[in-house]
Design a protein around this ligand. Structure first.
Ligand code: ATP
Ligand code: MG
Length: 471
């Protein structure tokens, strides 16, 4: 459901779903071709995919290029045909590469001590040659199921963690300025098109991304977020693509990256303009081909992911300045959504205020049923440089402060700017600064860029001051 009966946009619940089952893959290692052939016939008949390897080196190469559910391996290879030492060494290697990968060893009939040693080194089970088909199949089936459940478990755990941290909410959008946004969500949300969401801080970019995902057929899978701002390049790459144990000093265990977690779902790349140039080529490749490698691994993986990205900077400027690849932008902005700042859709202010009042009153268990008209008037007059988020916080404060059942103008920390109040001579430096900033913001009708220009400040410097003075 997208539009609710009261015409506002509702967010569907984000539910987690399981990945589609696929044929389990078994890596079979033996240096005798007839053994491989016999196992191929047996396993194929039971719906397994078999990949052969004839040496320990062959096993390692195969593991580098594919994911397997089970390894079935002989312990003896050409170099040393009886002691099983080559096989034991390989077993130890496999354990250190992926401890979750089940290995079943094949031993010669009667060599139980070898089998015991193999189990001690981490083999999950063993089978004696010549084998009994039914027993071999039962072992492989059990191990394949365990391994798939384990992998699924790892993924679900990560997904649940992400879901818990994902805020869910309702998009209030009744103003004429927001109608375009709502229409685009309804039209392209259900497609696989990549969408770039643009807007100032706090305008609702994240919420719109959630809405796009929520109305798509991918809604049953999670929307996974990556924030490109504020992390170092190395960390960012491993966030996106994951890494294998040993890829760098702190990589103690394998790690699943966000692209893999978002498989069959949506990946939300927040603050996309901050992606370092060095990472942009890698991002472009996965967007073009769906292929990537975990850090430290040469195994190519494939994902099916829809990309929604967001930025609060003018990304075209970033392209002109050579800080953002044009070809990457073209991949990301198949559809662009510009969310207008709150000062350009004042009609939404009372509705949003009511929406946040309900939320916070419930959260703080306060009985508050609305606003006095003077309170609404103050909200309508304010410039809202921090947009919807600032409004949200202002209402939260008012809910906490309000002594009565309705919110009064005096419950807000905001005050209508009083022109010319007080004499400059009597003010502190900070008071003067605060006064001048308020004046500039009012003069430019809340437009921070213009106010910043008039004050001779950068936008971010002005934002910092607005925050400092609680404006
Ligand atoms: N149209 C809206 N209806 C209801 N709530 C909204 C709306 N827009 C924003 N919000 C709420 O305001 C807050 C800020 O929104 P959001 O985080 O989506 O903004 P943003 O543009 O992603 O901010 P940033 O630039 O910091 O990433 C959130 O709590 C969000 O739920
Ligand atoms: Mg955001």
């Amino acid at each position: 459901m997208f539009l609710s009966s009261d015409d506002r946009v509702l967010m569907p619940d984000v539910k987690s779903a399981q990945a589609r089952p696929r044929a389990p893959r078994v890596l079979v290692a033996d240096d005798q071709p007839d053994v491989i052939e016999a196992l191929r016939l047996l396993l194929k008949g039971e719906g397994y995919q078999l990949e052969p390897a004839s040496s320990p080196a062959g096993v390692l190469a195969a593991l580098d290029s594919h994911e397997f559910d089970v390894v079935l391996m002989d312990l003896n290879y050409a170099r040393d045909t009886t002691s099983g030492q080559e096989g034991m060494d390989l077993l130890t290697r496999l354990q250190s590469i992926d401890a979750a990968l089940p290995v079943v060893v094949m031993t010669a009939w009667g060599s139980v001590d070898v089998a015991v040693e193999a189990m001690r080194r981490g083999a999950r089970d063993f089978i004696q040659k010549p084998w009994e088909n039914a027993r071999l199949l039962a072992i492989i089936r059990t191990q394949a199921e365990l391994s798939q459940a384990l992998r699924r478990g790892q993924r679900l755990e990560a997904e649940n963690w992400l879901l818990r941290s994902e805020a869910q909410g309702k998009l209030v959008a009744e103003s004429p300025a927001m109608q375009g946004v709502v229409q685009v969500i309804a039209r392209v949300g259900p497609s696989d098109a990549n969408v770039l969401v643009m807007g100032e801080n706090g305008t609702g970019k994240t919420l719109v991304a959630q809405a796009l995902h929520g109305v798509s057929p991918r809604a049953a899978r999670p929307m996974v977020t990556v924030n490109a701002g504020g992390v170092s390049e190395g960390v960012f790459e491993s966030e996106l693509f994951g890494h294998v144990r040993g890829a760098f000093t702190d990589a103690k265990v394998d790690r699943v990256g966000r692209f893999e977690l978002a498989h069959e779902g949506t990946l939300f790349l927040d603050e996309i303009a901050n992606v370092p140039l060095s990472q942009q080529a890698k991002l472009l490749r996965v967007l073009e081909t769906g292929e990537f490698e975990r850090l430290g691994s040469s195994k190519t993986r494939r994902v099916d992911v829809r990309i929604i990205s967001a930025t609060n900077s003018d990304i075209a400027d970033e392209v002109t300045a050579g800080r953002f690849r044009q070809d990457l932008l073209f991949r990301l902005n198949t559809i662009e959504i510009r969310i207008p700042p709150l000062r350009e859709r004042r009609e939404d202010i009372p509705l949003l205020a009511q929406h946040f009042l309900r939320q916070h009153a419930q959260r703080y268990r306060k009985r508050l049923n609305g606003f006095e008209s003077s309170a609404v008037q103050i909200l309508l007059e304010h410039g809202w440089p921090g947009n919807v988020r600032e409004l949200d916080h202002a209402i939260e404060r008012a809910v906490l402060m309000a002594p009565g059942e309705t919110v009064k103008a005096s419950d807000f920390g905001l005050r209508a700017p009083k022109e010319g109040a007080g004499r400059v001579e009597d003010m502190s430096l900070e008071e003067v600064e605060c006064f001048l900033i308020k004046k500039a913001i009012t003069r430019y009708d809340g437009n921070v860029s213009q106010a910043a220009k008039a004050l001779g400040l950068s936008r971010s410097a002005l934002y910092r001051r607005l925050q400092r003075y609680g404006l």
